[in-house]
Structures are given as C-alpha cells and as structure tokens.
Write a protein that binds this ligand. Structure first.
Ligand code: AQP
Length: 334
C-alpha cells in the first residue's frame, strides 16, 4: 500500500519560535519516518506582507537551517522553497476561480492580520488561503500537520477541492485532513495568554526562539506572565489561569508527559520552582537545535544544494498535477 502524503509549510517571516516547533515542526519529525513527506518554506506567503528582499533570502536559509537542525532529513522528505516551484502560483490562480469570495470573507486570520485598515491590506493577504490550498492540493496531500490557527484554512482547502471536483465532474483532488498536535494545538504568548505566540509580536519576551541562548531562555521564562497562586492541583483550576495553563502545556509538550501528570508532579509547589524546571527543560530542547543551526547556517553551499534538490523533486510532482488539471479544465488541446 502506498504511504500517505504529508504536506506542510512554514513562513520565512522572522525567527522560528517554540510555537512553530511544538505546533508544526515536531510533528514533521514523526511524519518524515512514516509518510511520503513534503515540507515547504513558503516564501510566497511571506510577501503578502512586505519583506525586505535581503532579509527574505536570509530568512529562507535560516528556516531551512532550523529544519535541518531540528532533525528533518532531506533523504527522508522533500524540503524546498515555494517560489522555486512555479506550479504553486499556477494552481493558485486556477483555484482562485473555484473559491468563492464569501468563503474568503469568513477567514479570521485575514481579519486579524489586516486589522482595521483592511482597504490597505494586499490582495495577496486576502487570497493567501487559496495559495495555501494550492500548496496542499498540488501534491495530493492526505495529511497536513499544522497549528490550530490554520484549521480554518484547511477547511477552506477541503471546500475548494470539493467544488473543483464537482465543477469538473471528476474526483480529482483528495480532501486533506488537518493534523493538529493535541498536546500543543496553540502555544500562547508568554506576555499575554490571550494571543498566540507569534513571530510578529512586538515584544521579544512573548516568544522563545529556537536560536535563543540559554540566558535568553531563562530571562524569558522568568519574565513570563503568571499569577501569585501556587501550582494547581487539578486541571479544573486551569480555566481561570491561562498563563499557567500555557506554561504547563509547553512543559507537557516538550517532555511528552500528559498535562494531568505534569499537574500532579508540581501540585501545590511554588510557581518559581516550576519555572526553574521549565527553563531546564526548554534549554534541553533548544540548546542543541540552536548550536546545530549556527553550524549548518555557515555551510551556504549545503543549504543551496538542499533547496535545489528539493525543488527538483517537488517540481516533478507538481508538473504532473498541473498537466492533469490543464486537461480537466480544458486548457490542453490534444
Ligand atoms: N503559537 C503557535 N502554536 C502552535 N502552532 C503554531 N504555529 C504558528 N504559531 C503557533 C504553526 O506553525 C506553522 C508555521 O507557521 P507560519 O510560519 O506559517 O505562520 P504563522 O501561523 O503566521 O506563524 P507566526 O509565527 O504566528 O507568524 P506571524 O507573526 O507572521 O503571524 C503553522 O502550522 C502554524 O499553525
């Protein structure tokens, strides 16, 4: 039986943080062993908000270095940057003719990112979920490991695939399933547990980067917002304590110990004691990734070869899809 196809992407819009790792990259590591996996550095998504060209180039290589340092192996999966496979843009246009404006109007991420000044947002930011659908459908992905913030975009991808199949009377596209890490669906900001940990948050204390030094990690966890109570003794207490809930989620997800067991482990203890244990745990995860990232980043020719090789393998598959879709749409005259 053929393996399930897995596709997911990460934007090179800034430095990769613990939310990206626990919500997405950690899942990629398991999938590369079990499935036919394709991981994409989605630079075309990044430019929906203006990026300095030199920084963009730099960020693509940084994300790649972090992928490799985290344990992604180009022998086990395809890793490439989106702009190097033109078929993403081609399919995105086709699918934008299938997607309905009403569907896009419901996307909450656009509302959040565009803010109050919606008329001034780029058309690309609005159409972003259609490009995302193209990324996924181009490779006939069965599974898409993402953080819970992307769930709505995955539902849209399924709607687009379903309508395309119905319009062209052919069960061509598979309807992909989102795979959300149930232990860390959404890691929240360390400064405000109502917002997700994010690359674009103005406060650098809101996120732990995979390239942070041990001192930076210690400071960020010490400063992480909490409350003046002791550690909870049951999960019922977490609903009123979102900051502690978030820190326990991080502990649980890194240690692979379920949340109830983490609560039992620290029940009634001082928060400062828990934070100190959490610091050690986060450092044990980040330190080797940060040092390996630095080493890998210095080997530019290895990074470039890895991307070129990935792009070649991705292009082969993407072209086949576009050839087939062209026939379905009526673009190829036989
Ligand atoms: N806080 C999070 N918790 C769990 N998963 C998360 N992801 C992002 N933030 C969290 C998941 O990481 C993957 C890559 O995300 P992305 O780089 O494509 O885009 P994003 O969601 O826009 O990430 P950021 O860091 O929050 O960037 P900005 O600041 O630009 O909005 C995705 O699977 C995402 O779900």
């Amino acid at each position: 039986m053929s393996k399930d196809i897995v596709f997911s992407g990460v934007q090179p819009t800034g430095e990769i943080h613990l939310g990206n790792y626990l919500g997405a990259i950690k899942q990629f590591l398991n999938f590369q062993n079990e499935c036919d996996s394709i991981f994409c550095i989605v630079d075309q998504h990044a430019i929906t908000i203006f990026q300095d060209p030199n920084e963009l180039k730099e960020n693509v290589l940084s994300v790649l270095a972090i992928f490799l340092a985290s344990g992604l192996d180009p022998k086990k999966c395809i890793i490439f940057n989106q702009a190097s496979v033109r078929e993403h843009s081609v399919l995105s246009w086709y699918l934008s003719c299938t997607a309905r404006v009403g569907w896009l109007n419901r996307m909450t991420q656009f509302k959040d990112k565009a803010g109050k000044n919606r008329d001034n947002a780029s058309l690309g930011l609005y159409a972003y979920p259609v490009l995302m659908a193209a990324d996924i459908l181009l490779y006939h992905a069965d599974k898409v490991p993402v953080g819970d913030d992307q769930k709505q975009h995955l539902e849209l991808t399924r709607d687009i695939a379903h309508k395309f199949n119905a319009d062209y009377r052919h069960e061509y596209f598979k309807l992909p399933d989102p795979i959300i890490n149930k232990d860390a669906p959404r890691i929240m900001s360390l400064r405000d547990a109502n917002n997700k940990m994010s690359k674009s948050d103005v406060s650098k204390y809101s996120r732990i980067l995979l390239t942070d030094s041990n001192d930076e990690i210690s400071t960020k966890i010490s400063k992480a917002k909490s409350d003046s109570l002791k550690m909870p003794s049951s999960s019922d207490e977490l609903s009123d304590r979102p900051e502690i809930n978030n820190l326990i989620t991080i502990y649980s997800s890194i240690s692979n110990i379920d949340k109830d067991s983490v609560i039992n482990l620290f029940s009634g203890k001082e928060i400062s004691f828990f934070k100190s244990e959490l610091k050690d745990l986060v450092i044990s995860l980040v330190e080797p990734i940060a040092s390996s990232t630095n080493e890998i980043k210095s080997d530019i020719s290895y990074l470039k070869t890895t991307l070129e090789d990935g792009a070649m393998r991705a292009t082969e598959r993407a072209r086949k899809t576009i050839d087939e879709v062209n026939k379905l749409i009526g673009f190829s005259i036989d």
